[in-house]
Design a protein around this ligand. Sequence first.
Ligand code: PXP
Length: 246
Amino acid sequence: MPVRLHINIDHVATVRNARGTRYPDPVFAAGLCEAAGADGITAHLREDRRHIRDDDVERLRVSIDSLFNLEMAVTEEMLGIAARVKPDVITLVPERREERTTEGGLDVEGQRAGIEAAVKMAKERGIKVSLFIAPDEASVEASAALGVAQVELHTGEYCHAAGARAEEELGRLRRAAARASALGLEVAAGHGLTRRNVGPVVAIPDIVEVNIGHSVIADAVFFGLERAVRDLRRAINRGARNRARS
Ligand code: PXP
């Protein structure tokens, strides 16, 4: 099974919002990503609407042919939007207003009540739930106990590390992925991944999906979005060939 590639189009909206124009349109970008072979589109509706906005979410829902993964904080407002829009997947993430991007994984125990409400809402509507967590055993086990279908392991620490530290972080990802898989969870990975560093992550046999945004939009500035997605797909396929050996 090839590793699923979901492209996060948030930063197309970042460029648009920088000037208050209608272009570049993240919905148009989503179509190009699909045409270039993305298996799904990811967008994060942040509480401060710094990139994706409510009407983007509505338009993405009707235009995406592949799979729509909506990332959101565990708040009543966001759960209400998800209940109405019905993305294929919701990925629950921690969110702090002052952060530059999602830092750290969900505090699954601390947010148990909210996550339980999200799981109930999603189950009633046929929406899959994924939890964005740090690659540690406690978070994996707490996620499994809540009956979600998937966890997405935070790859930020791996992406920021080098040399032996990167190897250590890969070890954490490998162990967390194996534990999640043994508990019956699907395992995704994301944050900070690029066509250069994604290989060792997708070589981990339990990882079946990656969500990648910033680096692919950055590559698109120079090479165009379709080529950026295709290059990323090639890097993933190359990395995944090492699965048996990892
Ligand atoms: N996965 C999750 C859960 C995220 O919150 C983000 C950032 O919005 C990503 C993946 C994509 O991260 P990046 O933009 O660094 O590729």
